[in-house]
Unconditional design. Sequence first.
Length: 258
Amino acid sequence: MKTTLALAHLVILEMVRRKDVYVLFVLTTLLTLVAAAANIFDDTRVVRYLKEVSLTLIWISGFVLAVTSAARQIPAERESRTLFTLLAKPVSRWQFIAGKFLGCWLACGLALVVFYAFFGAVAASRERGLDVLGWFQAISMHWFMLTVPVALALAGSLLWAAPSSNSTLTLLACFGIWLLGRHLHKVAVGLPEPGATLLTLVYFTIPHLELFDIRDLIIHRWPPVPWLFWLGAMLYAAAYAGMILTGAWLLFRRRPLN
């Protein structure tokens, strides 16, 4: 466990030194200014629209940060040849995969805190307080959802040599599932066989990232979702990420280091 945490700490430090984090700060500031502009309009619908746009940008930024940071971990270690040094020590390949995953996921969580903190501060100044439980559920489910993109990008880095190709394909898959995944079963009903069966299998196989999207709790100030649903979503994300990481570890075991 100490080895995994040490690797995760190195990943977080490496991400802080890169420009990604500072880009996130700039985007967060822009989001805050957009939300503050809602004070110009005395229209609840406009305020909700601006909140929806801001939260959508936070989600997109979360996907991009999670995928791009995870996609470059193994290729960067291989190119700098530090991968050979790490694995020459008593660092197993599972510890290496787990440490990289944990570091990327924790760094994404810190970035989300920055985003939501700025956005929440502006929202609290324009509204009659915040629904703390609803915000907690929305942020925590967003963070746990990112376990899947991080795991997918790590696994993809073992299949595609170029981080750019891996990032592009993983982002396309994540955005496609997030935006279209919920509709696949409906589309399958109108297709002839075997297309209907194949699309239904895809629907029940893919990780449904849209289940974690409860931005409406913040936008419309709705009451929190049932806590059993919240807990089930956490376990669902952990299970999917665990399966993907296990597959990545098995693939990594069979791959030569070079």
